[in-house]
Design a protein around this ligand. Structure first.
Ligand SMILES: Cc1cc2nc3c(=O)[nH]c(=O)nc-3n(C[C@H](O)[C@H](O)[C@H](O)COP(=O)(O)O)c2cc1C
Length: 130
């Protein structure tokens, strides 16, 4: 079993470069630590799904929680899962369509098929409610 964390945080005014840099760092660090996941940024909040060994996620969350680029981390869900939802991504960037009408369909196409229904619903609500 591996652990899966889902949290949101607040970052009101990050540049595109800031977000790119977080993704680059994640892609550099996560494979060696057996961490996979996805990251969404809607211009105001992050939502991140992290999966891996519990000890790795605890130490990663400690680093992430001290990162000055965001505040107000709120853990939405923490659970043990039988298989990864994002096995192929060190950190998948999930993009949010500009047009509200297109957001749901674009997300459906982008989200990993292995995501459980509850997590999928939380992520979809995060994307649509903006
Ligand atoms: C929203 C958010 C998500 C992040 N996700 C990760 C991650 O998945 N992996 C990671 O190594 N760092 C992540 N970071 C960056 C860490 O907070 C920290 O800056 C980084 O791990 C330091 O790595 P370095 O010592 O290699 O520079 C994230 C930061 C933010 C703000």
């Amino acid at each position: 079993m591996i652990s899966q964390y889902l949290y949101i945080s607040t970052a009101p005014s990050l540049s595109r470069e800031d977000v790119e840099s977080i993704l680059t760092t994640s892609e550099r660090n996560n494979p060696a630590r057996g961490v996979t996941g996805l990251l969404l940024y809607n211009g105001r909040n992050f939502l991140q799904l992290l999966e891996g060994e519990e000890s790795e996620l605890v130490s990663l969350m400690l680093r992430i929680s001290h990162d000055p680029r965001h505040t107000g981390i709120s853990m939405i869900d923490r659970k043990l899962v039988g298989e990864r939802s994002c096995p192929d991504w060190a950190m998948k960037r999930v993009r949010i369509a500009e047009s509200i009408e297109k957001r749901r369909t674009m997300l459906e196409a982008d989200l990993p098929t292995r995501l459980d229904a509850q997590t999928r619903k939380i992520i979809t609500n995060f994307v649509v409610l903006n």
